[in-house]
Design a protein around this ligand. Structure first.
Ligand SMILES: CN1c2c(nc(N)[nH]c2=O)NC[C@@H]1CNc1ccc(C(=O)N[C@@H](CCC(=O)N[C@@H](CCC(=O)N[C@@H](CCC(=O)O)C(=O)O)C(=O)O)C(=O)O)cc1
Ligand SMILES: N[C@@H](CCS)C(=O)O
Ligand SMILES: [Zn+2]
Length: 769
């Protein structure tokens, strides 16, 4: 019999219950025991959904209150001393690492948080010391949660981040120089102890995630698999049977690692992303090893194409036999929304095209039956074939006018009129900015009041006029605060936007939207990606009204604020029937019109955010990466190159891993870049000198993910460090990212310190300007 398996389930719950509970706890409105009870309720509900759907292998320890990698930092007692020495309660120590803690005399910033592979999920980076030790936490979470499920009558397969990935995804702490992978010998014994404890609790199998196997690996990381998995494999029946899971890419280039898994029961591969790896992987498996075939997409919301999946799984069955094949999700379903059943407003035609997590769990169950006994699920197979046909034949997907415009794009449309030097000369006279200009990244606090008013407007409880008036008042307030703070380039604060991608999706043809399809982005923060179903075009200007109003009430340059084509694409659920480059170019053309309209309406600084540009980079070097960079950079340039030289184009990236990506950033030819940097070593900026980068840069000086307010001295120190790597005339002073998640008090405090620090350096350098 072919078994079914799910690699992980979304944590938030039907109505973002976990978000609400966490935030209530942080706000002092929910007790710790009530928060923990809510976590338990959600875990049980999610296990039950999977059990009821007939899933054979149900994951546990996939739940996390904040982030699953952070869970492992505590699990291995790898908590940096600055947190452990605070003697916080264990849950508060956990949240302190995730989001910082500034309360009761304790003042610690958060650990660094970065993108989880090429997804929009963020994990907390293991941050390791030269003298790092690891021990197993008391009452280990994977064991506790396995027992919790067992008590409810559900036998689960605990999920662990594997030892090699845990270390390879970590970094040395500031002041340490340890190579994380060199700590393997110290970490493996803790996995041994944990696996034995799981076995003792009754776990028969365990899923160990080693997603780094899809990367091009450094030699030392690659070599680490052998000692790690030989040690774990040697445990034999003293440990649960191990399945090593990989996802988001293929592992063919790392086949030389596979002998390390000789004593491992099974291997999971992502056949949605890389179906072509099936045949070679089948040839590599040992004589009794099991293949977990990831055929149900954990990263998108399209209904599974049963026919295609069945063909893939049957190929595996032919090679291995039914007992050695498992039908699985391609990755954890963490990246998909909870259930389609909550969507009451989707057009009837498209509703049936989608599957969210609850529906995907059912798909896995159906496929596991269909591969051996199609007649048992004939009705489901026929219904699925009908949906595939309806989508392929729908008129929604094709707009000839969009195609015609794409055909008319010429190479010169990608380039600004003049070089940066000529543009900058004009911008300098036009904008009259001081040395070390200060600005923010766009959003100001999205207060409860803003969300309530938007919700009322969406429900028709207030009119468009009332909502517009409300937004104007919010803009007035943002401008007033920026006056008081004495910033140099203002923003309107984005109060009218629910989200930087969803907002644009809602104003473009070719998209549909959901009401409840939330996906965790980090901690308690969720996003509701709009869905691209057809060719994209802009029926009307999208941001001009608000930016024009903001400029009219502001005495300093007002920055227009747009989300770039690549980010709109990446943070939407894209189509799978058309290449992403085509969808991206359609977005670029729509945004080009918007950029030109902003300029026509008196906005001469325009920021086009591309925070997802890096995340979209194919995970491995090579031709796929080169092709991506070509179309991604071209799309940005197409969107921004329609303006005059005197208009200053900014772009923004909220990640600091730009080393392998520097040339793409440079190729955007943006006049000013703002990049996340406050939690990274300023040394990373060296690449800008090494490469003789001519244009202007604002490396973030304030970690906006944390409620903590840095003091003026910290800002000064940071700026001083940056000045070792950047010319004073090219340095802008700004936060890491937008301030929508912060409270006004935090923003005012932090920006006051930031502006004072900038003024201090302005004074220091006034004679050198
Ligand atoms: C910059 N980032 C973004 C990413 N991806 C995006 N798509 N958008 C981003 O901005 N990826 C990388 C980073 C991740 N960072 C963040 C930061 C902040 C959030 C966030 O704050 N998310 C909000 C939800 C935002 C939203 O869509 N708000 C809507 C709906 C608000 C709402 O909850 N309404 C209630 C009803 C209102 C009431 O009565 O209270 C409801 O619908 O039930 C809006 O403002 O209208 C979050 O709360 O998590 C995400 C990623
Ligand atoms: N302009 C956006 C960028 C976020 S990446 C903001 O400020 O929220
Ligand atoms: Zn950002």
């Amino acid at each position: 019999m072919v078994k079914s398996s799910v690699l992980g389930f979304p944590r938030m719950g039907v109505l973002r219950d976990l978000k609400k509970a966490n935030e209530a706890y942080w706000g002092g409105k929910l007790s710790q025991s009530d928060l923990l009870a809510e976590g338990k309720r959600l875990r049980l509900a999610h296990w039950k959904i999977q059990k009821d759907a007939g899933v054979d292998i149900i994951p546990s320890n996939d739940f996390a209150h904040y982030d699953h990698v952070l869970d492992h930092i505590q699990l291995f007692n790898a908590v940096p001393e600055r947190y452990s020495s605070q003697k916080l309660d264990i849950l508060d120590e956990y949240f302190a690492m995730g989001r910082g803690h500034q309360q009761g005399g304790v003042d610690v910033p958060a650990l660094e948080m970065v993108k989880w592979f090429d997804s929009n999920y963020h994990y907390v980076k293991p941050t390791l010391q030269d003298n790092q030790t690891f021990t197993l936490a008391k009452d280990p979470k994977p064991v506790r949660e396995f027992l919790e499920a067992k008590e409810a009558g559900i036998i689960t397969r605990p999920v662990l981040v594997g030892p090699v990935s845990f270390l390879a995804l970590g970094k040395a702490d500031r002041g340490s120089s340890v190579n994380p992978i060199s700590l393997l010998d110290k970490l493996v014994p803790v996995y041994v102890e944990l696996l034995k404890a799981l076995k003792a609790a009754g776990a028969e199998s365990v899923q160990i995630d080693e997603p780094v196997l899809v990367y091009d690996l450094a030699a030392d990381v690659k070599a680490a698999f052998k000692p790690a998995y030989e040690a774990l494999g040697a445990l034999g029946s003293a440990a649960p049977a191990i399945t090593v899971a990989t996802y988001f890419g293929d592992i063919v280039h790392n086949f030389d690692v596979l002998p390390a898994f000789a004593k491992i029961q099974g291997l999971h591969i992502d056949l949605v992303r890389n179906p072509e790896q099936l045949e070679p992987v089948l040839k590599q498996l040992g004589p009794s090893q099991i293949l977990s075939a990831g055929v149900v997409d954990g990263r998108n919301i399209w209904k599974n194409n049963f026919q295609k999946s069945i063909e893939l799984v049957q190929t595996a069955i032919k090679a291995l036999g039914e007992d050695r094949v498992i039908v699985a999700t391609s990755s954890s379903l963490l990246h998909t929304p909870h259930t389609l059943a909550s969507e009451k407003k989707l057009p009837a035609e498209v509703y049936n095209w989608f599957s969210f997590a609850v529906e995907k769990v059912k798909e896995v169950g159906i496929l596991a039956k269909a591969v051996t006994d199609p007649e048992a699920v004939r009705a489901e197979l026929d219904a699925n074939a009908a949906v595939m046909k309806s989508r392929a034949e729908s008129t929604r997907t094709n707009d000839p006018k969009v195609k015609e415009r794409q055909a008319q794009v010429t190479p010169d449309m990608h380039n600004r009129k003049s070089t940066f030097e000529t543009r900058y000369a004009q911008q300098k006279t036009h904008l009259k900015l001081p040395l070390f200009p200060t600005t923010t990244i766009g959003s100001f606090p999205q207060t409860n009041e803003i969300r309530v008013q938007r919700n009322k407007f969406t429900k028709g409880e207030i009119t468009q006029e009332q909502y517009d008036e409300f937004i104007k008042k919010e803009i007035d307030y943002a401008v007033k605060i920026q006056d008081e703070l004495d910033l140099d380039v203002y923003v309107h604060g984005e109060p009218e936007r629910n989200d930087m991608v969803q907002y644009f999706g809602e104003r473009l043809e070719g998209y549909v939207f959901t009401t409840h399809a939330w996906v965790q982005s980090y901690g308690s923060r969720c996003v509701r990606p709009p869905i691209i179903v057809g060719d994209i075009s802009r029926p009307l200007p999208m941001t001009v009204k608000e930016s024009k109003y903001a400029a009219s009430v502001s005495k300093k340059p007002m920055k227009g604020m747009l989300t770039g084509p690549v980010t709109c694409l990446r943070w939407s659920f894209p189509r799978v029937d058309v290449h992403q480059s085509v969808q991206c170019q359609q977005l670029a053309l729509a945004l080009r019109d918007e950029v030109v309209d902003l300029e026509k309406n008196g906005i001469f600084v325009i920021q086009v955010d591309e925070p997802a540009l890096r995340e979209g980079l194919p995970l491995r070097k090579g031709s796929e990466r080169d092709a991506y960079l070509q179309w991604a950079v071209d799309s940005f340039k197409l969107a921004t190159a329609g303006v005059e030289d005197s208009t200053q184009i900014h772009s923004h990236f909220c990640y600091s891993e730009f080393q392998d990506f520097f040339h793409a950033i440079a190729a955007l030819d943006a006049d000013v870049l703002s990049i996340e940097n406050s939690k990274s070593d300023a040394k990373l900026l060296k690449v800008f000198i090494d490469e003789d980068y001519p244009r202007h840069i604002g490396p973030g000086v304030y970690d906006i993910h944390s409620p903590r307010v840095p003091n003026e001295e910290e800002f000064k120190q940071r700026i001083q460090e940056m000045l070792q790597y950047l010319r004073p005339d090219q340095l802008w002073i700004n936060p890491d990212c937008g301030l929508k998640t912060r409270k006004w008090d935090e923003v005012k405090g932090a920006l006051t310190h930031m502006v004072n620090a900038a003024k201090y350096f302005r004074e220091q350098y006034k004679d050198k300007a």
